[in-house]
Design a protein around this ligand. Structure first.
Ligand code: UD1
Ligand code: CA
Length: 480
């Protein structure tokens, strides 16, 4: 017992030694968007939420400081539930300025890991690697670097000797000779806070953007005889930034590809995975087949042995085993039980519950509707605010009239009832067990169990009517 708590205390001390600062105050001018850059999404989740999720695996949320500025309140609200702290950088005068603004909070820690709100694919294990390398090598500054195929607009790392860095030069400031430098600065660093804050006020704004660059700390600390080291990342793809829409879309594709690969590794078949959009939190069981151009979003959970046919979009829904979703369905915040079949072209709106083995067919819309075991609504139907029992047959074109212009009302259809085609059920109304409703009925009153209800004008036949009319109007000719 004592030993365990001793270890826990040591771990807590270790955590307090490191703060994590996430730079997220910038506007993201290159995205040309109203939305702040760090709230743009990849894999269905804001960039900043990805970075916080990785950071939270390494440090307590209370030791994570997100530096916000541009649209600060929006950014804060989007990630407030993670429990991290926020520091306001009112004017965004550069990455170095952001770290200056955070001085009071950060200087309480021995070290700080700096992450970028727009470098979203960083993994917790890489953050740990930076931390451990930095500590072991007793560096004042450690820079995570990479060698992407195209170093493009990234800052370049100029090495001194071995792992030591002489300077980081922004792409725009590279001299001709420096252009061949291929090692990029990922924007992810570890600093010992004492030397950082002793020298940070020496940063100057004599550069293309008239900003305080955090990158200049490399040369500043080097000059002050402090150790500045490079740590190459295992894979360059992990530290790519999202500065332009093209970069964002590429990162999104990477995240989706990883998700599809993860699902395939647990036995899900995804045809043409590059056409599917599957959010990170989605779960799918083995032997389920996902056809091209399917979207599975939010918290969707799909059981084993299902088939999701092309062009269906399923959000925040639960599908049990053996469910078939035929082409072109929209399923939103709904539940579908084992063996049910939906579609083609069905729209399950929120709070639809489709029972075991039930069939929801072509152009059927449901909303707040429970459809019991084995029941069928195969064609052209609207079921809203309805509680439908087991083995009910809903004929083509049936409408539950749930809205009277002011309020919504419920329809109840008990087990075994048969609703003839083109019926309108004017709620509130109840159709009893095993009752029949004749086709084309407008039902305004409840129908008792086992009864037949017919609510339509009686058919009239007028024998010889056409000849009679001809006699009355000899010159009338038919236009058709
Ligand atoms: C930065 C680095 C560059 C590196 C690249 C890696 C500098 C000067 N350059 O360039 O060497 O290769 O990241 O992705 O640091 N931010 C603030 N406050 C500010 C300015 C920026 O919080 O005043 C935040 C931004 O929201 C962003 C991050 O800092 O999340 C990086 O800023 P950004 O302008 O994207 O820097 P880069 O030009 O990409
Ligand atoms: Ca950037």
């Amino acid at each position: 017992m004592r030993q365990a708590s001793g270890r826990a205390t040591a771990a807590a001390a270790q955590r307090r030694a490191f703060a994590i600062a996430i730079l997220a105050a910038g506007k993201g001018t290159r995205l040309k968007s109203k939305r702040p850059k760090v709230l743009h999404e990849i894999g269905g989740k804001p960039l900043l939420a990805h970075v916080i999720a990785a950071a939270a695996q390494v440090a307590d949320p209370k030791d994570i400081y997100v530096i916000i500025g541009h649209e600060a309140e929006k950014v804060r609200a989007a990630v407030a539930d993670t429990g991290v702290s926020f520091i306001l950088q009112k004017e965004q005068r550069g990455t170095g300025h952001a770290i200056k603004v955070a001085r009071d909070a950060i200087s309480k820690y021995k070290h700080v890991l700096v992450l970028s709100g727009d470098v979203p694919l960083i993994r917790a294990e890489t953050i740990r690697r930076v931390r451990d390398f930095h500590q072991k090598r007793r560096a004042a500054m450690t820079v995570l670097t990479a060698m992407p195929a195209d170093p493009g607009g990234y800052g370049r790392v100029l090495r001194a000797k071995g792992a030591e860095i002489a300077a980081i030069v922004e792409a725009k400031a590279l001299t001709k000779a420096q252009h061949s430098a291929r090692e990029i600065n990922s924007g992810i660093y570890a600093f010992e806070t004492k030397p950082l804050y002793r020298h940070v006020d020496k940063l100057k704004t004599a550069n293309a953007h008239r900003e305080f660059y955090l990158t200049d700390m490399a040369a500043l600390l080097g000059k002050a005889k402090q150790r500045v080291l490079a740590l190459p990342a295992g894979r360059a793809s992990e530290v790519l930034g999202a500065n332009t829409v093209a970069e964002l879309v590429q990162l999104d594709a990477d995240v989706r590809a990883q998700k599809a690969a993860a699902l395939m590794s647990v036995g899900v078949t995804i045809y043409r995975p590059e056409t599917c959009v599957i959010d990170a939190a989605v779960e799918v069981g083995a032997d389920t087949v996902i056809e091209p151009f399917v979207q599975l979003l939010g918290t969707t959970r799909i059981g084993p042995d299902c088939r999701i046919r092309s062009y269906s979009v399923i959000s925040d829904s639960e599908l049990a085993a053996g469910v078939t979703i035929r082409n072109g369905c929209i399923v939103d915040r709904s539940r579908i039980a084992r063996g049910a079949t939906v579609g083609p072209y069905s729209h399950l709106r929120p709070d639809s519950e489709i029972g075991e083995g039930a069939h929801i067919g072509n152009f059927v819309e449901t909303k707040k509707a429970r459809v019991g075991k084995g029941s069928k609504a195969n064609h052209l139907t609207y079921l809203g605010d309805a509680a439908i029992g087991d083995n009910v047959n809903i004929g083509a074109g049936t409408i539950t009239c749930n809205y009277d212009g002011a309020e919504k009302h419920g329809t109840v259809i008990d087990d075994g009832a048969f609703i003839g085609s083109d019926s309108t059920l004017v709620a509130p109304v109840r159709i009893g067990k095993d009752a029949y409703v004749g086709a084309g009925s407008c039902i305004t009153e409840s129908v008792p169990a086992e009864a037949l209800a017919i609510g339509r004008g009686r058919q009239v036949i007028k024998e010889g009517w056409v000849g009679d009319r001809r006699a009355r109007q000899p010159r009338a000719t038919r236009k058709d």
